[in-house]
Design a protein around this ligand. Structure first.
Ligand SMILES: [Zn+2]
Length: 335
């Protein structure tokens, strides 16, 4: 999932971002007076829990919500796997504070083993802004994800500070240092298959642990949480979902929502995207404005998806302009 991409692009261009963040950090830390003393004393703690979803494979499941001051950005799934010689991590969460908590949870769950590899599935801020808590030489992603982080990471971080305040203190984007290309890699005595897909963003990495058959699908798959679309290409995303459906797997960990043994997340995400594409293209063809399209009803079968109304409204903003360009005929001016 993601914060708004246009805000990210705008913010990336603003050189003042670093100092603004420092000011926010100073206020968040408190200035020492009686008022700030009490505010600064508030303990922000994620209290992360590792759920063993397969043999020596743990998922840390986030809430199916949007970012807010109560959840502190803990709305994303990350995972870690104990392999013979160490630990493999999939995604690092939305902030330094989260990354530190994840690192501590891994040390407690798998004591004494080094973290050998950290995968970033894509460049959305809730999936990679915890990178700085890990050794950057172990962090890997496809080159396109690395490029996307370089382009938008700083703007994403700025926007997350606006949304989450002190939860973000000390966070800055850290890029992966390993550009993945191979179809498989051995990490610490375990084989992982790597799939270079797209659609949720321009580059979505999917990882399969070939020993257990657990598939880490990133944000190509959502379950009981409305999919997000700030960088989506819906036709490409649908093709990726078809590929994922055909893959051999024992369990799928979606980017958001509970773990999934029956491909329910793939069916649900495909169904939602098909409806979304149909609804928005139909609205464009009927000549509705974006505001009119935003208030249309959402089918009852999607009511169980977390934050569906909010995400639908955001998707109208994300998808409408390109859909208008694609669907409206160009009128030739002859005189
Ligand atoms: Zn995402």
């Amino acid at each position: 999932m993601s914060v708004d991409s246009t805000a990210g692009k705008r913010a990336s261009a603003a050189p003042a971002s670093r100092s603004r963040r420092q000011v926010m950090q100073w206020f968040a830390a408190g200035c020492g007076c009686a008022v700030c003393g009490s505010a600064g004393a508030r303990l922000l703690d994620f209290d992360l829990m590792a759920v063993e979803v397969a043999s020596k494979t743990w998922a840390v499941l986030g809430r199916t919500e949007y970012f807010n001051m109560d959840n502190g950005g803990n709305i994303v799934n990350v995972a870690f796997i104990e392999v013979p010689d160490g630990v493999v991590v999939v995604d690092t969460g939305p902030s330094k504070r989260y990354g530190d908590a994840l690192n501590a949870l891994i040390s407690k769950t798998v004591p004494g083993k080094p973290i050998l590899r950290v995968y970033n599935t894509h460049h959305h801020p809730d999936h990679f802004l915890g990178n700085q808590s890990f050794d950057s030489s172990a962090i890997a992603a496809p080159q396109q994800v690395i490029d996307n982080i370089a382009l938008e990471g700083n703007g994403f971080a700025d926007n997350m500070y606006r949304l989450l305040g002190d939860w973000m203190r000390g966070t800055y984007p850290v890029s992966p240092t390993v550009a993945l290309e191979a179809d498989r890699e051995d990490v610490g005595g375990r084989q992982f298959s790597l799939y270079y897909l797209a659609g949720h963003t321009s580059s979505d990495l999917v990882i399969r642990d070939d020993e257990t058959g657990v598939l880490f699908a990133g944000d190509l798959a959502f379950l009981y949480r409305a999919p997000t679309t700030p960088h989506a290409d819906i036709k490409t995303w649908r093709a990726s979902l078809d590929l994922l459906s055909g893959m051999d797997k024992a369990l799928l960990i979606p980017g958001h929502g509970p773990s999934d043994a029956k491909d329910e997340s793939l069916v649900q995400t495909a169904d939602y995207l098909d409806w979304l594409y149909g609804s928005i293209s139909d609205s464009v063809m009927r000549g509705l404005t974006m505001n009119e399209a935003m208030v249309l009803s959402i089918p009852a079968r999607f009511e169980g998806l977390g934050v569906v109304r909010t995400e639908y409204e955001r998707s109208v903003v994300h998808l409408y302009p390109a859909m208008e360009d694609a669907l409206y005929p160009v009128v030739e001016v002859t005189r």
